[in-house]
Ligand binder design. Structure first.
Ligand code: HSE
Length: 335
């Protein structure tokens, strides 16, 4: 599904709106935004479900400059990301926003990556969302999150070459998100149990989303389509009705997991360790290698984290673990 997200018409601000933006520009010179990591797919929700974590997350600082260019001043936490603003996800999404709104302004951008590229934690989505969220606030554009989503998705498109919103949407809106449809985009926020904890393990290998998508079958059988639809519906129903058993038995994936687990050498042992330590269930986060499990207490979440880490190490893989409830806020301005 390769298509650029684009609005049909250019949107130009009127004279009063421009005056207000200029005034704002002279008042505030820079802003720093944190945008969270996300777990996408969530088992049976390939490309259509995701939720935000409290940590890790990327931080983007955007400052007004005298020129008319968008420049990346510094990237911390990664040596491999491009400094070319149209090739870097964070600035590409900003450029998409400014172009469509016909705003010419100079911006200096500093990017702090706090998670690995190809980690399966929505690293590119976090940068993309942080970028557009920061510029919207800095210039006081008053764009809604739905309007920002289009530009953040354009950034994501650059990174993976495909359009999938299951990282960008939960990162931007916060909470647990269902993408009911891509054309037109229909994003629905889903309630979830208050006591749901997520343990994430990030084994230190890189899996490119493009590669993890390439290995998937282009078509699925009718039996698998039925099973997937049943589980996806069951997961949503379980989340809404606080039915932990239903969540547990619905977290099975017939599209991505059977192929992608082969890319994660510790997949089986980590999953077994999580389940043996009280996990509600466990699956791949996004396109991997990160894996996530749900549990219903902080104590369980911590025990599961240690067990997962030990299991990964038994396969020779070092890893990081994160424990988080579902983050309901999405991106935030920080000092
Ligand atoms: N839904 C996407 C995939 C998420 O699984 O390819 C990538 O982070």
């Amino acid at each position: 599904m390769q298509r650029r997200v684009r609005r049909k018409e250019k949107f130009n601000f009127g004279i009063n709106e421009r005056k207000r933006i200029l005034k704002k520009i002279f008042m505030e010179k820079k802003i720093k935004v944190f945008a969270p990591a996300t777990v996408s797919n969530v088992g049976p929700g390939f490309d259509i479900m995701g939720f935000a974590l409290n940590q890790p997350g990327d931080v983007i600082e955007v400052a007004l400059s005298k020129g008319k260019e968008i420049r990346i001043k510094k990237i911390y936490g990664s040596r491999n990301l491009p400094y070319n603003p149209s090739k870097n996800i964070a600035t590409a999404s900003i450029i998409s926003l400014l172009r469509l709104r016909n705003i010419k302004v100079g911006l200096d951008v500093v990017i702090r990556k706090n998670m690995g590229i190809g980690s399966g934690l929505g690293s590119s989505a976090a940068s993309s969302v942080a970028g557009v969220f920061a510029v919207n606030k800095l210039l006081d554009l008053k764009l809604s999150k739905s309007e920002l989503l289009v530009h953040a998705l354009n950034g994501e498109l650059i990174s993976s070459g495909t359009l999938h919103a299951d990282n960008v949407a939960p990162c931007l809106f916060g909470g647990f998100v269902l993408i009911r449809s891509y054309d037109p985009l229909d994003i629905i926020k889903i309630d979830y149990p208050e006591n749901l904890f997520c343990t994430v393990i990030y084994p230190h290998i890189e899996i490119k989303t493009s590669e993890a998508r390439r290995i998937l079958d282009k078509k699925i059988t009718r039996d698998n389509a039925i099973a997937q639809a049943g589980n996806a519906s069951g997961l949503i129903a379980g989340l809404i009705t606080n039915d932990i058993d239903l969540i547990s038995r619905s977290m099975k994936d017939y599209i991505a997991e059977p192929k992608r687990k082969e890319l994660i050498p510790c997949y089986d042992v980590v999953r077994i360790a999580a389940l043996a330590n009280g996990a509600v269930n466990c699956n791949i986060s996004g396109s991997g290698p990160s894996m996530f499990s749900f549990s219903t207490s902080l104590e369980d979440a911590r025990r599961i984290a240690s067990a997962m880490k030990e299991a990964a190490l038994s396969k020779g893989l070092r890893s990081e673990t994160f424990i988080s409830k579902i983050n309901s806020r999405g991106p935030v301005i920080i000092k």
